[in-house]
Design a protein around this ligand. Structure first.
Ligand code: BG6
Ligand code: MG
Length: 222
């Protein structure tokens, strides 16, 4: 039986993946690396330094900077990101998410957060959603980023549940891979062509309801 839900944050709970994208786009321009939709997609779910490395690699500049310079660029991106967050409020919560979280609470499911973002506590507070998440995986304590199963495996563990008792929810391809590798049921939010490995796919958060998940899991049993 499903007892827990392990959530990604950016692009699932809130519209913040757009802010991350904007901030990286700005930095890519500064570094002279061409921005593209593919690059934006590949950056979803990827941690801060890994994201910068991916941008540099895309531009053939992987050896152009010292570690110290890279730290400065990563910090600069975060400053940009934080300034975009300043005016963010509950209106950035994606459609249907508040109701979904309430329903999960009413039905005694327990929730943890498996976001790669170091800013996730701040974002949840600012959105007024921190109360729903009993536990959070601290990404600074992880050895590997998504698609490695570590973060989603930990998301179940912190709740005291086995992976098979948990559903993981993600908008990034690497995130769905992480959920699957951890042995949880994966719900992908977004383009089914990109998220084709998800056990259950919804094109957007308005379809993310407990009833829809239950219906999809029943179909999967046969
Ligand atoms: C993920 C986002 O949740 O967190 C990525 O999808 C982001 O876009 C990553 O790069 C790391 O976030 P932060 O806030 O620690 O730089
Ligand atoms: Mg995400």
């Amino acid at each position: 039986d499903i007892k827990g839900f392990v959530f990604d944050l950016d692009g699932v709970i809130a519209d913040t993946s757009v802010y991350h994208s904007k901030a990286w786009h700005q930095l890519a321009d500064e570094l002279g690396v061409a921005w593209s939709d593919d690059l934006a997609e590949n950056l979803k779910g990827v941690g801060r330094m890994d994201s910068l490395n991916l941008i540099l690699k895309t531009g053939g500049k992987e050896n152009a900077y010292t570690e110290e310079e890279k730290e400065k660029y990563a910090a600069k991106k975060n400053t940009n990101y934080l300034s975009l967050l300043k005016n963010m409020n509950a209106s950035a919560i994606l459609p249907g998410i508040s109701d979904f979280l309430k329903t999960l609470e009413e039905n005694d499911y327990r929730l943890s957060l498996a976001s790669a973002s170091k800013n996730s506590p701040l974002v949840l507070e600012q959105l007024g959603l921190a109360k729903y998440f009993e536990k959070r995986v601290d990404p600074t304590t992880l050895k590997h980023g998504k698609p490695d199963p570590e973060i989603f495996a930990r998301g179940a563990e912190v709740l005291g549940y086995k992976p098979e008792q948990c559903i993981g929810i993600e908008d990034a391809k690497v995130g769905v891979e992480s959920i699957n590798a951890a042995g949880e049921t994966s719900v992908g939010i977004g383009d089914p062509k990109i998220l084709h490995e998800a056990d259950i796919n919804f094109t957007d958060t308005t379809q993310l309801t407990l009833a829809n998940i239950k219906a999809a899991m029943k179909v999967g049993e046969h």
